[in-house]
Write a protein of this length. Structure first.
Length: 107
């Protein structure tokens, strides 16, 4: 799946899953540094779906930060609500794959 776009059904499914997960990263006034991309990339490989929060003291725009992170980690931005960002990427290693996206029915 990696860089292809999610369907609305897949995105809705992932948003539902994201409701139950905790925020694991915070973007502060340091912004998006190369080391941060590495950490996000590793978390996506282990978890597939992660939630990030942009702190009040950060100058990052949430939508732009989501786009940059998605591009930099070859993931998909599932949603941006306020200062929260949800990213998804299917794990490269089969043993790390936990999320099964709903099948798209063809009519």
């Amino acid at each position: 799946m990696s860089a292809q776009n999610l369907t609305s059904k897949e995105r809705a499914y992932l948003r539902g899953l994201a409701n139950t997960i905790d925020t694991i990263f915070q973007i502060g006034k340091g912004g998006l540094c190369p080391n941060f991309y590495t950490q996000v990339d590793e978390a996506l490989e282990k978890r597939e779906l992660i939630k990030l929060c942009i702190l009040e003291n950060s100058e990052e725009n949430p939508k732009q930060a989501a786009e940059l992170l998605a591009r930099g980690t070859n993931s998909q931005s599932v949603q941006v609500i306020g200062r929260k960002i949800v990213l998804y990427r299917e794990a490269k290693e089969k043993e790390n794959r936990k999320i099964v996206l709903p099948k798209v029915s063809k009519k």
